[in-house]
Design a protein around this ligand. Structure first.
Ligand code: SAH
Length: 262
């Protein structure tokens, strides 16, 4: 299914190879194919193959990387899963909105849905790499699903969103009905990738330090809040280039020592 080709599933530090196999099977059942594994504990593994059943091609083509950044660097939209909300509040979506956003942004960009470790999920730092967090509204008394079960639930939502879009006639201007993201599906520029946004945020931090807005000894939540701002806006590639140009020009005016020119 063409709407699903640019959507990747990322599993971070999965301990049990059976969960990797079961996730691959769920993906194949729902028509997804791209699997990234960040530092899997035991892979390749016969146990994973056994649980994957007829989804062996997904395991064969799985991309193994050594950091979350490497798995999502080229993505324009990243959604992280969380069984509970943590740290400073982040934009949240429900499973249906999550699927609609991935399908729409997946028209023009590579996009990722990230799953955490069986024992303690995704770290706060990993969750801050994501544009949105999605939570499956499970039983409050026991809301933590097995990771492969969570992959199944969200891949099913993605399939439903893709089928709905197909039914409406992709490219005919309707998009996913009622989605606030519809306009973005017809944007003239691709979204900035994670790597481009990270490059901008590092540059911004450097300039804010130079002009002494940011005190590296007492950073407080400044960069986290600015990260949330720029992540929420989801700038396109040209906008990020304009922001980078502004920072470079600011530094040129500051001169070598970081002192404003007279
Ligand atoms: N104790 C961990 C739960 C890990 S469950 C924690 O509280 O973070 C393993 C993974 O399954 C999670 O990282 C997430 O990717 C997925 N998952 C489990 N339950 C979920 C839920 N209710 N909503 C979204 N993702 C969920």
């Amino acid at each position: 299914m063409q709407q699903l080709t640019r959507i990747r599933i990322v599993l971070v530090q999965t301990s049990h190879p059976g969960n990797i196999g079961a996730a691959a099977r769920a993906m194949k059942n729902m028509g997804l194919a791209s699997l990234y594994l960040v530092e899997p504990k035991d892979f390749p593994s016969g146990v994973a193959l056994g649980r994957a059943a007829s989804a062996l091609d997904i395991l064969d083509n799985a991309v193994v990387v050594d950091s979350l950044d490497a798995a999502i660097a080229d993505c324009g939209l990243v959604i992280g899963t969380s069984a509970r909300s943590r740290g400073i509040p982040w934009p949240m979506v429900d499973p249906q909105e999550c699927a609609e956003k991935l399908v729409l942004a997946g028209r023009q960009n590579d996009v990722a849905l990230v799953f955490g470790r069986e024992d303690n999920g995704l770290s706060n730092e990993e969750l801050r790499r994501c544009h949105f967090h999605v939570q499956i509204p499970a039983n409050e008394e026991y809301s933590s699903l097995n990771v492969a079960a969570a992959v199944m639930v969200l891949c099913y939502e993605i399939r439903k969103a893709a089928l709905q879009e197909q039914g409406e006639g992709a490219g005919e201007g309707t998009g996913v009905a009622g989605s606030p993201d519809t306009e973005q599906a017809f944007w003239d520029q691709p979204l900035a990738t994670v790597a481009e946004t990270e490059g901008f945020l590092a540059h911004l931090e450097e300039v804010l330090t130079q002009i002494e807005v940011l005190d590296p000894k007492a950073p407080r939540q400044l960069m986290t809040r600015l990260r949330r701002l720029y992540t929420r806006i989801r700038p396109d590639r040209m906008e990020i280039n304009l922001l980078r140009g502004t920072l470079t020009a600011t530094q040129a005016k500051l001169g070598k020592k970081g002192e404003p020119k007279a």
